[in-house]
Design a protein around this ligand. Structure first.
Ligand SMILES: [Zn+2]
Length: 56
């Protein structure tokens, strides 16, 4: 399963969320920090994923 990187603004810590492609759309909207439970999180795009997106 792919892993998605997020960054929590509340505790200023990065964390990862693992979910399937099928779950992604629904799950990513409700993602919360795994440490503090805050929903003030932003998606972090890794260099690899950006590169892949540009190709397609
Ligand atoms: Zn947090």
């Amino acid at each position: 399963m792919p892993t998605y990187e997020f960054f929590c603004h509340r505790c200023s810590k990065p964390f990862e969320v693992t979910c399937s492609i099928a779950e992604y759309g629904r799950k990513i909207k409700a993602v919360k920090c795994t440490k503090c439970g805050s929903s003030k999180v932003v998606r972090r795009i890794s260099a690899f994923q950006v590169q892949t997106a540009k190709k397609s």
